[in-house]
Design a protein around this ligand. Sequence first.
Ligand SMILES: Nc1ncnc2c1ncn2[C@@H]1O[C@H](COP(=O)(O)OP(=O)(O)OP(=O)(O)O)[C@@H](O)[C@H]1O
Length: 268
Amino acid sequence: MMWYRDTPFQLGGSGRAHLKVQGLSAGYGAFLVLRDLSLEVRPGLTVVLGPNGAGKTTLLKAINGLIGRQGWITLDGEDLPEKTDQIVRAGVALVAEGRQLFPQMTVRENLELGGWLLGRDERERRLAQAFHDFPKLRERADQLAGTMSGGEQQMVAVARAMMSAPRLLMLDEPSLGLAPKMVDELLTMARRIADAGTTVLMVEQNVKKALAVADRGYVLERGALVACGPAALLARSSVVREAYLGAAAGDTHSASEAAHRAMRPVAA
Ligand SMILES: Nc1ncnc2c1ncn2[C@@H]1O[C@H](COP(=O)(O)OP(=O)(O)OP(=O)(O)O)[C@@H](O)[C@H]1O
């Protein structure tokens, strides 16, 4: 059995949120990682690709208020607050790399914590929805989260984030360190969540698989965007094929060249 039900998700978010980032600069102390970055996360599933150290996690942290930032971020036209708790209340949830579950608490308790903003009845209702969408989590409701496998913990972490009915769900490398079958399940789950009405922004190293489920993608290198476009076009573009999919230089198909040209250039 898969981890989630093969039916439309009940754990949808509220609305189809649209995030706009303009002129974003962020980093650590004097070390600026992102410089003057602009991007849009439209309803659906957007993936951010890029090599190690490109600034992908930094981007999610800046949106989530975990580090300071300069620039403008709006969610459905409203300025996104700067403090994390207010950002969460505005409907943004982050599943950080490493999942950050409470290992000594059960699956049910971890999920309940994800609904801390909700009243008791609403929390119970969403817990029931989570158990409907993820029947295996119901089976494991009383298991301590710390005793689950990496993939299982990732499922709990995503379901926990969905408990708050976010408008925007951000996933930082959800497939990191997982077996291929679990990677497929997780990425399909991200797709399901987007289809159920929560906008998803996902950082992934599994370029090919991520582009296969995403609507749109951005490629980040050394803190700047080097390409963006519809996921299908990005997958065929020479910039992605050569850098991330192992295609030899010169092995670019004419269709991929056309795809690359068709992409909206983001950086000169
Ligand atoms: N807390 C921190 N303090 C100082 N520098 C940091 C901190 N976190 C990250 N960095 C640096 O910021 C840069 C971007 O890191 P970031 O984690 O955003 O990259 P990434 O694209 O997510 O990479 P990866 O795929 O390896 O996770 C790197 O040079 C990294 O060393």
